[in-house]
Design a protein around this ligand. Structure first.
Ligand SMILES: C[S@@+](CC[C@H](N)C(=O)[O-])C[C@H]1O[C@@H](n2cnc3c(N)ncnc32)[C@H](O)[C@@H]1O
Length: 205
């Protein structure tokens, strides 16, 4: 993926060139305290995105096994998942190298030992790996083709009984993503509706 020809930097730019301008965010999520270092050039640098919070508060984690946070940004979803259940191992992936470096730092400062972050597109950094659960606040701004690839390729990386859980904004691509889940998995459920967001969950059967 490249920067757009007009040179505008997006949160999904692979190698942001903007000055980092770091910021530390404190957050209380699922009854625990977390710290997240953020920076210019990554998604939702000033505060944790509301959709991310809705997913984190309602995601259903497996008892054990492997979890993938695809499009991890600076790491909120994957780090909270890893902290909540030490019996899972969490892989976190993002195309934005700056976001991945922040996620690596945030894994350390939150003293999470069962997670790691890798840089690359979608499932490429976890080639050959299988997951019990895939979580995502998907990159709508990167285009629906990216989100479609995320959804349609998910089953190849999921064990039977594994789930894909995504937060969508009802007014921004939500219906299209719901349709993608239905086409790929046959059906899906809505875990929660909150503040204009929905958390959708599909199971591989
Ligand atoms: C909506 S943001 C969510 C970030 C983070 N999970 C959060 O909730 O704060 C989507 C993320 O997907 C990443 N992304 C975009 N295209 C991607 C791709 N092809 N492969 C992996 N990550 C991608 C972006 O860089 C961005 O960090």
């Amino acid at each position: 993926m490249r920067m757009k020809s007009n040179g505008v930097e997006h949160y999904f730019t692979p190698k942001p060139k903007s000055k980092p301008e770091f910021k530390l965010i404190r957050a209380h999520l699922r009854g625990r305290e977390f710290l997240f270092l953020t920076s210019a050039g990554v998604f939702s640098k000033s505060r944790i995105d509301l959709g991310t919070k809705v997913l984190v508060e309602h995601m259903i984690l497996p008892d054990k096994g492997y979890v993938l946070d695809v499009g991890c940004g600076y790491g909120v979803i994957g780090i909270v998942a890893a902290a909540l259940n030490p019996n899972i191992y969490v892989l976190m992936v993002d195309i934005n190298r700056r976001a991945v470096n922040l996620a690596k730092h945030n894994i350390r400062i939150n003293r999470v030992s069962n997670a790691e972050a890798r840089c690359g597109s979608l499932y490429e950094p976890v080639k050959g790996m299988m997951f019990n659960c895939i979580l995502s606040n998907p990159p709508i701004s990167a285009g629906l083709a990216t989100v479609r690839a995320m959804v349609t390729d998910a089953p190849k990386h999921m064990y039977d009984g594994g789930t894909l859980q995504m937060v969508v904004r009802s007014r921004v691509g939500g219906e299209r993503i719901a349709q993608m889940l239905e086409e790929t998995f046959g059906k899906f459920t809505v875990l929660v509706r909150r503040s204009g967001y929905r958390v959708l969950m599909a199971e591989k059967r």
